[in-house]
Design a protein around this ligand. Structure first.
Ligand code: GDP
Ligand code: MG
Length: 301
């Protein structure tokens, strides 16, 4: 009997490693806290794994010194490791080069535990009139992220609602609450489309073209979650083991487990004739392995 469970995966892959990018105040730390279900600050470790004094790191960031190789881990979910590219876009050419070297090395790292497994590029909608700085455009154009998926995260989407309301408030008179909300949401959507941000990101010449995108709103409020980001990231991974690894960090996202199981089976069904497996036990195992928090056993034939 062979077993597959979260522990097996962890030993093979290590922790799920994410690089968060985007300007200061884009909402990066807030998202990481949501993902790890905490409001605590992360613990910070240097590249060798030595714990650093978070206050000293913070004050050094304030002085403009930031080290992208530092690793952030939240006590509430140590299965994730985060890096923050914090502030590269406003920095010097040298800082840009340091960021590019880090991304290129770590997205191509041979060892899975050193590799960055996903990049979350945060673009705040509160800044919709100045979406990108030149260096950010350069990142998307030039950076070789290999097979590692970049997920564009449109943060602070709620910032569009007051703007939308201001523009159409005269048309809202006499409408029901539901109708008003629908119209405001529709106008917010138009404001988003008018930024042209998706076209800019998905230009064919961009090497770091995002594989998917999500909108997040009210992440600063207590009763919100990042499930769409986690789902989008899981489905953007092209490696089954990595998908399993990310899923197992979330432990209880049953809906996503089911989606992944089905997606994998559909992918298999589209493989050329001959690789389609019809062994019933194998088939059951293929579904069950996505529920990594439950121990699954497979008989070796
Ligand atoms: N309105 C709104 N504010 C947010 C949202 N997410 C984060 N914020 C606020 O934006 C500020 C900057 O967030 P932070 O996570 O520290 O940004 P970082 O510098 O990119 O790490 C904080 O005051 C957050 O409470 C959101 O979805 N909507
Ligand atoms: Mg931060």
């Amino acid at each position: 009997m062979a077993t597959i469970d979260a522990q097996d995966l962890r030993e093979r892959i290590g922790r799920f490693r994410v690089l968060t990018m985007g300007r200061r105040n884009a909402g990066k730390t807030t998202i990481l806290q949501k993902v790890c279900n905490t409001t605590d600050e992360p613990e910070i470790y240097d590249i060798k794994g030595k714990k650093l004094d978070a206050d000293i790191v913070k004050s050094s960031i304030k002085r403009g010194n930031h080290d992208i190789t530092n690793q952030m881990v939240f006590k509430s979910n140590p299965n994730f490791v985060f890096h923050d590219s914090c502030g590269f876009e406003a920095g010097s050419e040298k800082e840009f080069e340091v960021m590019m070297k880090f991304v290129s090395e770590r997205t191509h790292a041979k060892k899975l535990e050193e590799r960055i497994h996903a990049i979350w590029y945060c673009i705040p909608m509160s800044d919709r009139n100045r979406l990108f700085q030149q260096s950010e455009e350069k990142f998307f154009l030039q950076c070789d992220t290999g097979r590692v998926p970049v997920v564009a995260v449109f943060t602070k989407f709620d910032a569009l609602y007051p703007v939308a309301y201001g523009e159409i408030k005269k048309q809202l008179k006499g409408l029901s609450v539901e109708e008003r909300s629908r119209k405001i949401a529709q106008r917010a959507e138009e404001l988003f489309t008018n930024t042209g941000v998706l076209n800019k990101l998905c230009k064919p010449e961009n090497r770091a073209r995002p594989k998917s995108h999500v909108r997040l709103e009210n992440m600063n409020e207590p009763n919100t979650n990042c499930n769409t980001l986690l789902e989008s990231t899981t489905l953007a991974l092209d490696d089954e083991e990595l998908r399993l690894c990310l899923l197992s960090t979330q432990q209880s996202n049953l809906e996503l487990c089911i989606k992944c199981a089905i997606t994998t089976l559909v992918d298999r069904a589209h493989q050329p004739f001959g690789s389609l497996r019809i062994d019933y036990e194998v088939y059951q195992y293929d579904i069950a392995r996505w529920f990594a928090h439950i121990k699954v056993r497979r008989r070796l034939i």
